[in-house]
Design a protein around this ligand. Structure first.
Ligand code: FAD
Length: 507
């Protein structure tokens, strides 16, 4: 592999694949290394399309655009983008008072109420009748409920954490234009064969029209096909099927339902999985993620259409298969797998593009260190694998905590005993009155989600003892009405979501 020794970067990188993962990778690599003389080429096939779904994100996406110096006012209107304050989860639990909960993005404004939430949760876990539903305690829920944007009015002192929704096709197009303008070479052809040196390193790719293309380093962004990582290098794929049953999805757009514009994703549990509803400027994106062992395509599509009230049969549904799990390692020989070629956790918390970013950013840091021993590569792979596995644990918790009995799907999910050690310990501490915060701190480096997220899911899905007893008069308790009034007073300092994104488009 030819390396530019002065700046420790490969001399020529070939990215194969032009989906969102390919173009995000191209932008991040160019930002880090283009000035140092690294040549970056992206090759995509015009015969093999992109997956074309993936419209939700995490707050990490903000850092992506900030790092690249691309303002929201530029990219959001181009991608029909909207703000995302968090995710609401209706119908995962059946218990009275806990039929729906909201997973907030934690904000500085919440520092004043999170203690009250933790105190009330502690009392409720001791089986006192205390209000401990997370929806009451986090400002972002109030913003989402009132369809507000997460950026406070100019005169206000508050800040809220947030992410975005966007059109999956348009974001790829936008990033492509940006990348090409920043000097990335774009080639269109299909790879027919990947060739290797004697030591197993990749030497180049044979294409149908453009001949052989050589490079020093390769990034596999070929989606579920995983042309370099799985097909050529034979890197084992570790399935998550034993804990995440869903392997299929059906997606459908639907019209917006009024002038106001929601600022949250809604992820509703259905009979054999769950459905997303994502507001864009011009439409809703909807999809049903389900297990093909429990429902076939027709059943799933019918249930989704009923759920969203879309009787118009002329709107065609897209059916997709999902390969859920991860490659045993992402950096193999002189190639890096990024995006769906590397692995995929079903999209319940919209984490895929966050992992793309994590992978490429960590790779740049490791590679720039200039140590090319396998130990160095192993350290990187361990880190990325941990990100995958810890997100998988958090996603799994949604299924483990469900209390639905309407189908065998939900019962099997709840009764699934394939728990990781991390999940076993978290549930054990929570159920037996232990100090969960301490346990989460102990597991800290192994967890992708913050303690707030863990407390919200456990409390929000009502994992509390039954038949709570009356609180003893001497025990102080935080009054939920007071907290509500406080959060509402903060929410009043945020503008209407529709107005905010319209102003960006108009101005
Ligand atoms: C149902 C569903 C919902 C999702 N929701 C979310 C979400 O809310 N949030 C989120 O972050 N992510 C989500 N994702 C994941 C997200 O869609 C992907 O992570 C993202 O689009 C990146 O995909 P990709 O670029 O890896 O692959 P793709 O989009 O599949 O792109 C593959 C590229 O490789 C090229 N290619 C393939 N084979 C060859 C070849 N032989 N020669 C040349 N080129 C080739 C293709 O032309 C294409 O350009 C979702 C995924 C699914 C399935």
């Amino acid at each position: 592999m030819a390396i530019n020794i002065q700046t420790q970067c490969p001399k020529k990188i070939l990215i194969v694949g032009g989906g969102t993962a390919g173009w995000m990778t191209a932008m991040l690599l160019a930002d880090a290394w283009a000035q140092s003389g690294c040549e970056i080429v992206l090759l995509e096939s015009s015969d093999i399309g992109i997956i074309g779904v993936g419209e939700g994100s995490t707050p990490k996406m903000r850092r992506f655009f900030d790092k690249l110096g691309i303002p929201e006012s530029q990219w959001m209107p181009a991608c029909n983008g909207t703000y995302k304050c968090g995710i609401r989860f209706p119908n995962w639990a059946t218990r009275k008072g806990y039929k729906s909960y909201y997973h907030p993005f934690f904000s500085i404004s919440d520092n004043q109420t999170v203690r009250a939430f933790a105190d009330n949760v502690a009392l409720r876990r001791e089986n006192f009748d205390v209000h401990a539903h997370p929806d009451t305690f986090f400002v972002s829920n109030y913003l989402a409920k009132q369809k507000l944007a997460p950026i406070a009015k100019p005169e206000a002192a508050y800040q809220a954490e947030y992410a975005y929704h966007f059109d999956a096709g348009l974001i790829g197009k936008f990033l492509k234009e940006q990348a090409v303008a920043r000097g990335i070479k774009h080639l269109v052809d299909t790879v027919s064969e990947v060739q290797q040196h004697e030591n197993g390193d990749i030497s180049g790719v044979q294409t149908q029209q453009l001949g052989f293309i050589a490079a020093d380093f390769f990034v596999d962004c070929t989606g579920f096909a995983s042309v370099i990582t799985s097909k050529t290098l034979g890197v084992p794929f570790l399935s998550y099927k034993d804990v995440l049953f869903n392997d299929s999805a059906v997606a459908l757009p639907s019209p917006l339902d009024g002038d106001s514009l929601a600022s949250q994703t809604i992820s509703s549990a259905l009979k054999f999985g769950w459905a997303w509803k994502i507001p864009l400027i011009n439409r809703f994106g909807n999809g049903y993620v389900y297990s093909s062992d429990h429902a076939d395509k027709e059943i799933a599509e019918r249930e989704l259409r009923q759920h969203i009230g879309l009787t118009d049969e002329s709107v065609e549904a897209r059916h997709l298969k999902m390969r859920v799990g991860r490659a045993a390692s992402s950096w193999n020989k002189n190639s890096l797998a990024v995006g769906l070629s590397q692995g995929f956790i079903e999209p319940l918390e919209a984490t895929a593009l966050m992992i793309v970013q994590d992978t490429v950013e960590n790779f740049i840091t490791q590679f720039s260190g200039g140590d090319f021993t396998s130990k160095y590569r192993d350290e990187f792979n361990t880190k990325i694998n941990l990100i995958f596995d810890s997100i998988k644990d958090y996603i799994f918790m949604h299924y483990k905590l469900n209390t639905r009995n309407d189908t065998s799907y939900w019962i099997e999910n709840r009764e699934n005993e394939n728990l990781s050690d991390s999940v076993v310990q978290i549930l054990d501490v929570w159920d037996h009155g232990g100090d969960l915060l301490e346990e989460l701190k102990r597991q800290g480096p192994r967890l992708a989600y913050s303690p707030t997220s863990w407390f919200c899911i456990l409390a929000g899905m009502g994992r509390f003892p039954r038949k709570p007893k009356k609180l003893k008069p001497k025990i102080p308790v935080n009054d939920p009405d007071e907290i509500r009034r406080f959060c509402e007073s903060i929410a009043r300092q945020f503008p209407d979501h529709r107005d905010s994104v319209s102003a960006m488009r108009d101005g």
